[in-house]
Design a protein around this ligand. Sequence first.
Ligand SMILES: Nc1nc2c(c(=O)[nH]1)N[C@H]1C(S)=C(S)[C@@H](COP(=O)(O)OP(=O)(O)OC[C@H]3O[C@@H](n4cnc5c(=O)[nH]c(N)nc54)[C@H](O)[C@@H]3O)O[C@H]1N2
Ligand SMILES: Nc1nc2c(c(=O)[nH]1)N[C@H]1C(S)=C(S)[C@@H](COP(=O)(O)OP(=O)(O)OC[C@H]3O[C@@H](n4cnc5c(=O)[nH]c(N)nc54)[C@H](O)[C@@H]3O)O[C@H]1N2
Ligand code: SF4
Ligand SMILES: [Mo]
Length: 728
Amino acid sequence: MGSMSELAYRTCPLCEATCGLEIEVDDGVVGRIRGDRADVFSHGFICPKGSTLKQLHEDPDRLGTPLVRGSDGELHPASWEEAFAEIERRLLPLMEEHGRDAVAVYLGNPNAHNLSSLLYNRFLLRALGTANIYSASTIDQRPKEISAGLLFGTSISFAVPDLDRTDHLLVLGANPFESNGSLATAPDWPGRLRGIIERGGRIVVVDPKRTKTAEEASEHVPIRPGSDALLLMAMVHVLFDEGLVDLGQLEPLVVGVEEVRAAAAGFPPESVAAVTGIDAATTRRLARELAAAPTAAVYGRIGTCTQEFGTLASWLVDVLNVLTGNLDRPGGAMFAKPATGGPTTSGAPGSGRGISLGRRTSRVSGVAGSLGELPVVCLAEEIETPGEGQVRALVTVGGNPALSAPNSDRLQGAFASLSFMVSLDLYLNETTRHADVILPAPSALTKGHYDIAFYQFALRNVANYSPPVLAPEPGAMEEWQVLLTLASIAQGDGADVDPAVFDEQVIRGMAERSGLDPDKTLADLAPRVGPERMLDLMLRTGPYALSLDDLLASPHGIDLGPLEPRLPDALRTPSGKVELAAEPFLADVPRLHAALERGATGGFVLIGRRHLRSNNSWMHNVNVLVKGKERCTLQVHPDDAERLGLGAVAKVSSRTGTVLVPVERTDSMMSGVVSLPHGWGHDLPGVQMEVARANAGVNSNILADDQLFDALSGNAVLNGIPVEVVPA
Ligand SMILES: Nc1nc2c(c(=O)[nH]1)N[C@H]1C(S)=C(S)[C@@H](COP(=O)(O)OP(=O)(O)OC[C@H]3O[C@@H](n4cnc5c(=O)[nH]c(N)nc54)[C@H](O)[C@@H]3O)O[C@H]1N2
Ligand SMILES: Nc1nc2c(c(=O)[nH]1)N[C@H]1C(S)=C(S)[C@@H](COP(=O)(O)OP(=O)(O)OC[C@H]3O[C@@H](n4cnc5c(=O)[nH]c(N)nc54)[C@H](O)[C@@H]3O)O[C@H]1N2
Ligand code: SF4
Ligand SMILES: [Mo]
């Protein structure tokens, strides 16, 4: 007692829930981390990961200096000057000789939680000028982005389920009791879901596994992996067939209803039952209940995206929201209005350019790119295949594709063959061990935070800025400065350009484009620099005309209220309407028909799962999170386990590889489906993560097949992978 500790408030950057943390700091040392009860959005909610910002900060394996590969082939500590000089020495000649496309970039998931990356990655991408841009988006939500873009006009126009007011929620392929929700930002999804039941509402969960979310719901409907688009199409069929379509207020805002009716005509519930594993009576009832509910929302996430018909499934989720009149109304599926502004608030309200698809295709296989990127499923072959435009160098920023992306063995082999690789990361891990230069990212607690990305689709309009909790560590370089220095090198200006000078040019450009008097604006923003200055400008020009000072005066956040209807203003489609039957959707329907005709396939399929104490691939070095019962297990239904004669360990094989994994029998699994979490497999040579190595697990993405992807989005199929399971 009697300690001198101070309390700092900070939004947790680890997942999409944006919980407020209360952090004890005693003379630069972090003490206890609790939920911030005064946070306007999270009201004290926190999960077991939130408090581990302390352990992450204090992790002895977290990199403190750049590492450069020496002539002995080993990585050695180096100064920032040496590291940047090495990048300049190796990268520039390579770009000159082989062209800009010879350098690929991979951006990982933590970039979306990182103010510096959100605002400064684009300058690196622009300076590199490469077509080979890859990100975690094409092993995640690209189908949803394309679907939202075609329907509503921007790739982040996500209609989010209004959990706090809805009477009926239909969830497909999401397990927010473990993940805390995704592309529908809110702290305490569990509490909000329980609130629906307590209000007398209903929750239906469609999932091959009886997850915690399914257990807490009113009803669990098991589905064969990969068949959601068929179920949803059949539900659309029922709405038309039984005269249940009622757009209500949306009527004048929607085009394409008749085309959707025609598209769904060929999918009566009886025809899809054998493939989905859901009988026709249940499908009809689900559609009727959805239509009958006073308010309802349909929500689909990773299980509906990372599958063969990811874009169609994502589209049909919103088709159901529209056809039942639930889009853009309280209790339905609504659009946020972010305080920084964004694609749904900028430009002329009500219409726009929409999104463009497939302008670029990949060099080797001709797979369509989207939204300025190529799909990750193409990365290995782009590195392996000789010829003009071959990828010879790679820059990774906050990503671990060696574990996260499909056909990992092949991809890691490809990484090993690169001429040069740079990584900006916290750790020497499965991916960065291939790098020639690793640049250390600063600890989260030493940087400011604002969720520019996640507030674009939050369940409530909130603005919350967190200043750095701790002073920069000795020898650290801020991430935005690293990114601008890399950009200077890539555009031939050299490593000596002062990032502050670059930053001045950038902010002046932004001020000019904002339509304000640039000199006056820059004077107003002084003396701030870097991401904080940009954020301040965005807040000032945003829909609530806030400023960073306003947010600094409100350390628990500013509540801007519940979501309000935003149509037609939020639309950015060329027609100014909800494009319910955009051509790319309809063009993909024959592929769905073909799947129906192919019928149910026998054999086992593999799906993934998340655990509350894990976060993709990179938090297994935190002892308090990984201790206890082994979690990287193959979950199998007991009847299947018996039929297969499984013992303690199973050998699981797919077209791309084989893993040996401990078996966990559980009747929560659907028969014919097995589950293995992703992000494990840390026992690789060179990985410098003590705790993770000791709790290595196996990498499920050795089994994920890079030839399986959603044709419309190029997004990887990470659920529903055909596998063979035998006793080991
Ligand atoms: N089989 C299967 N595979 C999957 C999934 C699945 O469900 N099943 N899910 C997919 C999904 S949804 C996603 S999003 C991807 C994630 O794929 P990735 O983004 O490639 O992987 P992460 O595990 O998030 O790795 C994050 C990396 O960023 C580093 N890092 C953490 N914080 C920071 C920071 O502040 N700055 C910097 N520079 N680096 C940082 C970590 O050390 C780590 O190396 O995985 C996908 N892979
Ligand atoms: N604790 C924790 N939280 C996280 C993460 C984490 O790794 N750990 N990762 C974060 C990230 S990057 C993301 S993208 C989000 C993801 O958030 P969620 O989408 O909620 O992710 P999951 O918990 O993997 O839930 C996916 C569900 O889909 C089911 N499923 C699999 N295949 C199918 C199918 O074909 N159809 C249907 N209907 N269901 C299927 C699975 O059984 C699983 O229950 O979570 C974020 N939050
Ligand atoms: S739910 Fe997500 S944001 Fe909240 S404390 Fe846990 S990891 Fe952090
Ligand atoms: Mo993700």
